[in-house]
Ligand binder design. Structure first.
Ligand code: NIG
Ligand code: FE
Length: 445
């Protein structure tokens, strides 16, 4: 691959003026949804453009298609960057729509306890799990939370993620939940990845409220949610609805208040048991219902009728050593706008890799690589209400693009566990690339 500056072409008013041209790719691959009426959320297949190109003007995509067509459709700005990506695959930036990337402390001992036979639920009931991370986060300053999260965001970027939803939920007091959300806001300004903040004050019942849960739910609805709203710190509100955590009634109380205050709604639903969160998501018109490992066909019907995006997190099932994966294949067959996400967090799924997660979706949920890619791009955008701006390579969308060290998009999921992004472009700028890799001289013949 080579980078060159375009010689100053004469500019014409009729054609868009490209500041970045990515051309001669082996494949440009993307779903396409902009022809749908606004508000539509449905499944779309992947389109493969051999010998493709993507042209961007500033932070927007202006043309996508075969290289000769794109080249004819745009003018090059005098200082345009031209990337000849021969032998490479080009995709939209990945959109990871469910993560918990801000935390402190370590869960390595719990990892070993699980390997020795204790379950995630047992460890949580004994005061570990989420509550152990809460104890560490309560000790950490905003500065410290930011410092620890920054290298995690670098990992996401190197794996092709350009937009990341980020949840609070390891503070569980008004002050520490606000601190987490302020850390997320600061990370958004410091790092090329765009962060979409979600308030998850109802992630667990904190230690000091174990025998007065009602009082904690009141704290969430009467103090935390208005404070988060007041400071404009979160776009979504999420609840962990699960046996032993929040009941459907408690989740309804929290989410109803959140809806009144203007938050978009998300629910951790049917992760470890069939607890009923999916129906609640449909009842309240949530933007997404996430996990869904225990949901059934009637649940899918309810989600689809209510236009709720199903988000599956196969990495968490894998890392917890469970057997039951969400019926992602059925969701696609039904035409639902499936999203696959990492669930990155210190307890149930510490991988930031959407490609690795896609491999699990292929092997455990029988997705094809093309489907895993659509679910990690357009699917993620649907789950964040950003399908008009992100998730596909179409003129008018934000110029978030990844050039992969692969000649066939299926390699992203086939070479599992390998970071294969070569260049990551965010809002039309190259923000990460592998040119700093050590280049060894070839051995003598
Ligand atoms: O999505 N299920 C709840 N929350 C996370 C786990 C958080 C943790 O264990 O720290 C999840 O799996
Ligand atoms: Fe989660």
């Amino acid at each position: 691959m080579s980078v060159s500056k375009a010689e100053g072409n004469a500019l014409s008013a009729s054609k868009p003026v490209a500041t970045l041209l990515i051309r001669n790719a082996e494949q440009v691959v993307t779903a396409e949804n902009l022809a749908d009426p606004p508000g539509t959320k449905r499944w779309h297949p992947l389109r493969v453009i051999p010998g493709g190109a993507v042209a961007c003007a500033g932070d927007k995509i202006v043309a996508v298609g075969p290289t000769d067509e794109v080249t004819a459709r745009v003018e090059l700005a005098p200082n345009a960057t031209v990337l000849d990506v021969v032998g490479r695959v080009v995709t939209p930036g990945l959109v990871d729509c469910h993560t918990h990337p801000v935390f402190a402390g370590s869960r390595l001992d719990e990892f070993e306890m699980r390997l020795q036979g204790r379950s995630y639920e047992e460890i949580a009931a004994a005061g570990g799990g989420i509550r152990s991370t809460v104890r560490a986060v309560r000790q950490a300053s905003e500065e410290e939370l930011v410092r620890q999260a920054l290298p995690r965001l670098d990992d996401f970027l190197a794996l092709g993620t350009t937009t990341l939803e980020a949840k609070s939920g390891y503070g569980l007091s008004t002050e520490s939940e606000l601190r987490m959300l302020r850390a997320i806001r600061r990370l958004d300004t410091l790092h090329p990845i765009d962060l979409v903040p979600t308030f998850l004050g109802a992630h667990e019942i904190p230690d000091e409220y174990r025998d007065r849960r009602d009082a904690y739910v009141r704290l969430v609805t009467e103090e935390m949610l208005p404070a988060v709203r007041e400071e404009g710190l979160a776009e979504f509100c999420d609840v962990f609805c699960e046996r032993g955590v929040y009941t459907v009634e408690e989740a309804r109380t929290v989410l109803t208040r959140a809806k009144e205050l203007g938050f978009g709604l998300k629910i951790h639903a049917e992760q470890l048991s069939h607890a009923g969160g999916t129906r609640l998501a449909a009842e309240l018109g949530a933007v997404s219902a996430d996990h869904l490992d225990w949901c059934d066909e009637d649940d899918l019907e309810a989600l689809q009728s209510a236009n709720v995006v199903p988000v599956v997190l196969p990495g968490a099932v894998f890392f917890l050593g469970k057997e039951r994966y969400a019926p992602a294949r059925r969701m696609i067959e039904r035409g639902m706008p499936l999203a696959v996400s990492t669930d990155y967090n210190p307890g149930s799924c510490p991988t930031p890799s959407l490609p690795m997660t896609g491999t699990l979706a292929c092997l455990r949920q029988r997705l094809l690589p093309a489907e895993a890619l659509v679910a990690s791009t357009l699917g993620g955008a649907y789950a964040l209400n950003r399908e008009r701006q992100l998730g596909t390579l179409e003129p008018g969308k934000q110029a978030d693009v990844v050039v992969w060290k692969a000649a066939d998009y299926r390699e992203l999921f086939y070479h599992f566990g390998v970071a294969r992004a070569e260049r990551v472009i965010k809002k039309g700028q190259v923000v990460w690339h592998t040119e700093c890799e050590v280049r060894r001289p070839l051995p003598p013949p």
